[in-house]
Design a protein around this ligand. Structure first.
Ligand code: ADP
Ligand code: ZN
Length: 721
């Protein structure tokens, strides 16, 4: 027997199948999708068996060993990996590795052991025990069928072994999973008519087209998801529930485990590698039926999937941008939906432009939740024009916002203050008038390069020196500084000394469990104000919060990206949605230097569709998605001169071969140099370009063994960085 093996080496040079001979003793254990240990050059490496052949070519090397008896890559995953490779131009091995927990990847440097525990079962129910310790041990079995060894040896280890020798107790060894869930009271709701209608439509199970659920904040999307999953489980099927960042959505995980208990497996970044591996095996063995997790949970090895749900489908965290394979979880979800013939449900209060455009065209099926549950209205949004604030005040909190905060606290209600810190704060802004310096050709914020004191456009390459005074108000007040939460916290302490402020950001939540504790404390009204960055923007549901204040709406507007308006609109809508979720009506105050910007105006009126229409016009005029596809070619290397030359060569070769594509660049990436490696980007815009993949593959191949130049391809990039 001969097997075709894909070795776990991350290099496109060896990304192909190598044949090995199988010694007789292993033949019966060989299956497609298991891991084997093989000689490779002078090394021993792990690989996946992808083919089994009837050959006995004795010149081949033999496999050393079989790593695990169980299949780690099933038929569905094997196929999915091949498709991902084709679509993203990643190596095949990287597509398989992204599906598996680190513990199953060779050379990951994690040593994960399975944990085993001994339990005892009562076999002879009539035996009464011949000593006090024996009787005490037997009494325990009145309450439970199986009892852990630890518990029984506390009574008496000799009595325990006597009972085992007499065959009264039977020891059983069980693998222990490290993650334990607490099942609390469930709070299952009766659906509103609007919610029920959505559930019914999805349960019809039309899997030919994904569903897009457009539901305003507070419309009870989570409850809809849970009802759908409940039904799917009743039919003996399984479910995937995707969330943007699971560490930011502890409330969602809690709701799910409260309702579904141990059927839930939560895959999140706070788990250790061992815990992740445990969860993965529970899923693979069919011991968990619901997987809840972020991007990579879309690969969960569930069988017989009945629904795949993606909450906050607009979130760019669903796209893996920083490494290969550069895939979007939405695309993978749709592929898996086809394979399992199950519906895919994408949900959001602010769907991505791409998804809404598809729904408009009928590629997706649109479902809508227009109302908040129980007839609660959306909060009133007020825009505070920072241009009118007194110029000499150094405070980031306007008088208007402070007054509202004060009033709210006096009523015994709570406040969320949001500091927008998305992306880099490397744009230059005028502290006096709020002017932000933009590219004259692209309507995109120029990025400040500290080292050269230059402002650059990352789309077209336009560059200019840093002006001494603000071009708009002529004051010497240009600054590239961003504000931090600590600064705001200090201001709050000075201005509202009696308010109890809880600061939540990356610093204060980095310890395991800290985030959850803070949420609990705020919910218990131990604090009046929750102050935070993006971490407080999503998913939180606090009944006492009736005021949300956005301290600086403009930050995300000024990121040099064609998606900055969309991201700002959706972020502000999400934050605004935290206010007034219970009987009490809510208010939102947005501080901004751009009160007339359409992204802000449409938030003011809770008008997603208005925003969508206006932004679609902008995209069409500038030739961006969803009107054009984008592909980002990144070229990096240590030798800046060589890199520049090669980047230009690549551009020329693309120009020669692609007749239906607009080619922009090469321009330096926003962070031009990282670890002494320089980076250039070429942006490709196209509607239809049949030759694109071929020519890109040729370029990849050409540089494959060139150690000085590295090529990365990102289709449908979520940002240019
Ligand atoms: P969304 O995700 O759409 O913003 P949530 O799922 O967080 O909204 O729901 C908002 C609130 O409404 C939650 O407190 C939830 O428990 C509650 N809720 C949802 N559905 C119902 C219902 N049918 N009846 C009563 N309360 C509901
Ligand atoms: Zn430009």
């Amino acid at each position: 027997m001969v097997v075709g093996v894909l070795v776990q080496i991350a290099s496109s040079n060896v990304d192909k199948i190598f044949d090995y001979l199988v010694p007789d003793k292993y033949i019966s254990s060989i299956k497609i999708g298991i891991r084997v240990l093989v000689p490779f050059g002078s090394q021993k490496v792990e690989g996946f068996v992808l083919e089994i052949k009837d050959s006995s070519d004795v010149s081949l090397k033999e496999i050393y060993d079989i790593v695990d008896q169980d299949i780690v890559l099933n038929e569905e995953m094997l196929e999915l990996g091949k498709k991902l490779k084709e679509e993203t131009l990643a190596t095949l091995i990287s597509t398989y590795q992204v599906m598996l927990p680190k513990a199953l990847k060779a050379k990951a440097g994690v040593n994960v052991n399975k944990k085993f525990h001994t339990y005892y079962k009562l076999m002879d129910k009539d035996y009464v025990g011949s000593s006090v310790p024996q009787k005490k041990i037997l009494e325990k079995f009145l309450e439970k069928d199986e009892i852990a060894r630890e518990e029984l040896v506390l009574i008496s280890s000799s009595a325990l072994s006597t009972l085992v020798n007499k065959n009264v107790l039977l020891p059983i060894v069980k693998e222990d999973y490290r993650v334990k869930y607490e099942v609390l009271d469930d709070d299952r709701k009766i659906l509103t008519l609007e919610q029920q209608e959505v559930v019914d439509k999805v349960l019809v199970g039309d899997y030919s087209k994904p569903y897009l659920l457009f539901g305003v904040t507070g419309s009870g999307k989570t409850e809809v998801y849970m009802h759908i999953i409940e039904d799917v489980l009743k039919r003996g099927k399984t479910a995937i529930m995707l969330v943007p960042e699971i560490s930011l959505t502890p409330q969602m995980v809690e709701q799910f485990t409260n309702r579904f208990g141990n059927q839930v497996a939560a895959l999140h970044s706070a788990l250790s590698e061992g815990e992740k591996y445990d969860e993965w095996r529970r899923i693979a063995r069919g011991e968990a039926n619901i997987v809840i997790g972020a991007r990579s949970a879309v690969f969960a090895p569930l069988k017989n999937i009945g629904i795949i749900i993606m909450d906050e489908e607009h979130s760019d965290s669903y796209k893996q941008s920083d490494k290969s394979p550069r895939y979007h979880a939405r695309d993978v979800a749709i592929k898996r939906g086809k394979y399992h013939a199950c519906p895919v449900l994408l949900g959001s209060a602010t769907p991505s432009l791409e998804s809404m455009a598809r729904a408009e065209k009928g590629v997706y099926q649109l479902l809508t939740l227009k109302n908040r549950v129980n007839g609660k209205v959306l909060p009133d949004v007020f825009v505070v024009d920072m241009n009118r604030e007194s110029k000499n005040s150094s405070s980031h909190l306007t008088r208007q916002l402070l007054e509202e905060v004060n009033k709210t606290i006096e009523k015994g209600e709570q406040v969320i203050l949001f500091l927008n810190r998305r992306g880099f704060s490397t744009f230059v802004t005028c502290k006096n008038c709020g002017e932000v310096i933009k590219c004259p050709h692209c309507d995109i914020t120029l990025t400040y390069h500290k080292s050269s004191h230059m402002l650059r456009c990352h789309y077209c390459g336009y560059a200019t020196g840093l002006p001494k005074v603000c071009p708009s108000c002529k004051n010497e007040a240009l600054s590239d500084l961003g504000v931090g939460t600590e600064k705001i916290e200090e201001e709050l302490h000075n201005l509202l000394p009696n308010a109890r402020v809880l600061r939540m950001d990356i610093d204060t939540t980095s310890r395991k469990g800290a985030h959850k504790k803070m949420i609990k404390a705020f919910r218990n009204h131990e604090y009046d104000i929750l102050l935070g960055t993006q971490i407080v923007a999503k998913g939180l549901d606090f009944p006492l919060v009736t005021l949300v204040g956005v301290i600086n709406a403009d930050t995300s507007l000024n990121i040099p990206d064609f998606r900055s308006s969309e991201n700002t609109f959706s972020l502000l809508s999400q934050v605004a949605g935290r206010s007034g979720r219970s009987e009490k009506s809510g208010k939102v105050l947005i501080q901004t230097f751009n009160p007339d910007h359409y992204a802000i105006r449409y938030v003011e009126h809770h008008d997603y569709l208005g925003f969508y229409k206006e932004e679609m016009k902008v995209r069409r005029n500038l030739g961006y998605p969803p009107y054009y596809y984008l592909c980002y070619v990144k070229i990096s290397g240590k030798d800046m001169k060589l890199l520049g030359n090669e980047a230009n060569k690549i551009k020329r070769s693309l120009e020669r071969n692609l007749k239906n594509t607009k080619i922009l660049g090469p321009t330096p990436l926003p962070i031009f140099k990282i670890n002494n490696i320089y980076r250039y980007g070429i942006i490709l815009k196209y509607k239809k370009e049949d030759k694109l993949k071929d020519i890109l593959e040729k370029i990849i191949k050409h540089y494959q063994s060139n150690t000085k130049i590295r090529i990365d391809i990102d289709f449908n990039p979520s940002h240019f960085s």
